[in-house]
Design a protein around this ligand. Structure first.
Ligand code: ADP
Ligand code: ZN
Ligand code: ZN
Length: 742
């Protein structure tokens, strides 16, 4: 027998199958998906995966050495192959996502394993021991205490036993030696949901709107029908309640469910709603869990003990069986697309998995992705609209402030007159305020006013940001830090000026404006530890801190009943970027931030400060009107031939040597032009907007086309041709409809 093996490597020339003989003693054992070790090259041994088994081969020369483990199914292998073709990477890059957390580590001893612990059991009959205590055979009081604890517990963790019996390891070991008790190793579960005592709740009675959605999708679950569904409804319109009851329908039919949420929305509140409804059949997977915790959650899913998986993007690869539904909440969120190899879209893969399993896919959002909404309007996706807030709370009132006018009347601060008076009023009424600014740090760039020199990162071609708290200049791309400048390194002038604004500067300004007021700041710089994001929000809520200042992070998760004012300091900051999705992003984020104000009885207020009061995404966000935004945006996309009317392909050519990068870019452009047969509109290679990041030079080629099967073939063929017989060490990274165009 012969096995086709994919070598575990991201080297471009190893992305193919190699044939190996299966030795007779492994023939009964070997299966597709096995992780194996094989001899490779001169005296080398490499790890690989079995992707196919066949009778014979003319290429095989060597035997498989051994089988390491067996985590992958046929389905996994097929999915990995499909992904490698579609996302232009190695099959083994994709397989890694499907292995238990930590198991792709190069070093076997550091791979995640089940955690073993000593458990203690009685080894003799209770009556027998009791009579030995009575007749004085056992008289050590410590030993008696240990035995008494064991009378109450069939099985107990050794540390718990020692603590409960107030005894020592020596005492326990002594009893083991005499044969009264037994100590055995057992795997223990590290459970991130443990210590959570959540009061159970029950299903709510649906509104008519909710009922309609539920009826349609639950029918598809029951009949094993694949369907794509968009639940479009503002925050608070009852989407989550529908998800909960659809999942319940799955459980009742012996099926399971995956629900994806943006990493940042995986808050305890969110998870608690699922625990309250379903208890311990819920598993969670996200990157903030420790490796061991993730491993154990994965194991529980694989063993079928967990029926509901809530997780971030990569949870789509968990080994859940009998799947009945996949739900993607906040489907417009950019975190569903991976920004590292493989650059997959969890939404596209979910669609594929649902189709393969004949189950419904549910997407939910208050501000759907323009492409999703286009598909919904054109009938490819079932559209369900929730028009009312389920708990009848009202939408906030929004006002736009023109910052150009502020400047004209001499207000140079970041806070307009109107926002200042609203904050004052809020403080007086003991209500809370959130101030949102999309930029962290103190100043966004530093320039010499004599000669125009700007301080840039030495690894990246990008300006450094000043952080006043640490008194440092930092690069937000690579983390490089340096001391702030006193004199210009070029002309020695002392006229160094700090330009721009950031969250840190905003906090300082607020403190000098309102010295009595308590503030808390939330951005990457204050959020570092495991739960810190959570801690900051908890503190803001619990301690009733007057003002929360933050970036994007403040947008999601928590619900703050006492927040009645939201100030958006500079609505324009995401507009200027070179990206076809800039307006969409601006609209989404402004709508979400605005939605933070007043979800209870009191209607909240939103102040949007901007230099572009006439911009349509800002205007639509003020109105909280997605339909109005969509109608304008889709026209624009159609005119400019942007997605969904066309796809944008970004080829990033990256390497250590600038000349080689340029050469490879030009070579690839030539090959692609020849192969594309005018199916793609190609733009000439140019240095990327940020031409160097982390000491790697970057060029790019942009293309517009319909991303079809034939285009995928053209790109794969061109990549192969470009890499063949080349000693150029730069690489080409292909990104389809990238989140980030730089
Ligand atoms: P979304 O997910 O769209 O933000 P939720 O499902 O969280 O909305 O619902 C918002 C609030 O309304 C929650 O407090 C929820 O318990 C409540 N709610 C949802 N559906 C109903 C219903 N049918 N009847 C009463 N309250 C509901
Ligand atoms: Zn200078
Ligand atoms: Zn840098």
């Amino acid at each position: 027998m012969v096995a086709e093996i994919i070598i575990n490597s991201n080297a471009k020339d190893l992305n193919k199958q190699f044939d190996y003989f299966v030795p007779a003693e492994l023939e009964n054992q070997i299966k597709i998906g096995n992780r194996v070790f094989v001899p490779f090259g001169k005296n080398g041994v490499k790890e690989g995966y079995v992707v196919c088994l066949k009778e014979k081969s003319t290429f095989a020369t060597k035997n498989i050495l051994r089988i390491e483990d067996n985590f992958l199914s046929d389905f996994n292998i097929n999915l990995a192959k499909l992904m490698a073709r579609r996302y232009f990477c190695n099959v083994s890059d994709c397989i890694k996502l499907m292995l238990p957390p930590g198991s792709s580590s190069k070093n076997i001893s550091s791979r995640a394993k089940a955690k073993m612990a000593d458990f203690v059991y009685l080894n003799k009959n209770k009556n027998e021991i009791n009579s030995e205590i009575e007749n004085g055979t056992i008289k050590n009081p410590k030993q008696i205490r240990v035995l008494n604890v064991l009378f109450q517990n069939d099985e107990i963790y050794i540390l718990d036993l020692e603590r409960l019996a107030d005894s020592t390891r020596a005492t326990v070991k002594g009893l083991e030696k005499k044969g009264y008790i037994e100590i055995r190793q057992k795997a223990i579960e590290r459970n991130p949901l443990i210590n959570k005592e959540v009061k159970r709740d029950t299903a709510l009675k649906f509104t008519d709107e909710q009922q309609k959605v539920y009826d349609s999708i639950s029918k598809d679950i029951e009949n094993n029908v694949h369907s794509q569904n968009l639940i479009y409804g503002i925050t608070g319109s009852g989407k989550t309640e529908i998800y909960l009851q659809l999942i319940d329908a799955c459980l009742k039919q012996g099926k399971t469910a995956i629900m994806l949420v943006p990493e940042i929305s995986l808050t305890p509140q969110m998870i608690n709603r699922f625990l309250a409804r379903f208890g311990d059949v819920v598993a969670v997977l996200h990157s903030k869990l420790m490796l061991g915790e993730r491993y154990d959650q994965w194991q529980k899913i694989s063993e079928g003990k967990s029926k509901i998986l809530i997780g971030a993007r990569s949870a789509i690869f968990a080994p859940i069986k009998d799947l009945g539904i996949i739900i993607i909440d906040e489907e417009h969120d950019s975190s569903y697309k991976s920004e590292s190899t493989p650059r997959y879209s969890a939404k596209d893969l979910a669609k594929y998995i649902c189709a393969q399993n004949n189950i419904p896919l549910v997407l939910g959002s208050a501000t759907p992705d323009v492409k999703t909404f286009y598909d919904a309007k054109s009938g490819k996706i079932n559209l369900f609209t929730l028009t009312k807030r389920a708990n009848e709370s009202s939408l906030p009132k929004a006002t736009i402030v023109d910052l150009r006018k502020e400047l004209a009347i001499g207000n140079k601060s970041m806070i307009s007159g109107l926002l200042k008076s609203k904050i004052e009023e809020n403080i007086k009424n003991k209500k809370q305020t959130i101030l949102f600014l999309n930029r962290r740090g103190y100043s966004s760039f530093i320039m010499c006013r004599e000669c125009g020199f700007t301080a840039k990162c030495k690894n990246c071609n990008i300006s450094l940001t000043y952080h006043i708290g640490e008194n440092k200049l930092k690069c937000h791309y690579c983390g490089f830090e340096t001391k702030p400048l006193k004199t210009c390194p070029v002309c020695k002038s002392e006229k160094i000026k700090y330009f721009g604004i950031g969250t840190e500067k905003l906090e300082n300004e607020i403190k000098s404006m309102f010295p009595e007021v308590a503030t808390i700041r939330m951005d990457i710089d204050t959020v570092t530890k495991k739960n810190s994001h959570e801690e900051i929000l908890e503190k803001f809520k619990k301690d009733n801190i007057d003002i929360l200042i933050g970036t994007q992070m403040v947008v999601k998760g928590h619900h703050f009943p006492n927040v009645t004012l939201v100030g958006i300091i500079a609505a324009d900051s995401s507009l200027g970027i070179e990206d076809y999705r800039a307006s969409e992003r601006t609209f989404q984020i402004l709508t979400q931030v605005a939605g933070r104000a007043g979800r209870e009885e009191t209607a909240g207020e939103v102040i949007i400060q901007t230099y572009n009061p006439d911009n349509f995404s800002i205007e639509c966000a003020k109105e909280q009107n997605y339909d109005m935004f969509y109608d304008a945006e889709i026209m624009l996309r159609k005119t400019l031939k942007y997605p969904p009317f066309c796809d944008i392909l970004l080829f990033n050519i990256i390497g250590n040597n600038e000349v080689e990068v340029k050469k490879l870019a030009e070579k690839f452009y030539r090959i692609l032009t020849r192969n594309s047969l005018e199916k793609m509109l190609l733009l000439k290679p140019l240095p990327s907007p940020i031409s160097k990041i982390k000491n790697k030079y970057r060029w790019r080629i942009l293309a517009k086309c319909k991303f079809s099967n034939s285009v995928i073939d053209i790109i794969n063929k061109s990549l192969k041709e470009c890499y063949a017989n080349s000693n150029n060490k730069s690489s080409i990274i292909v990104d389809v409809n990238p989140n980030n165009m730089i």
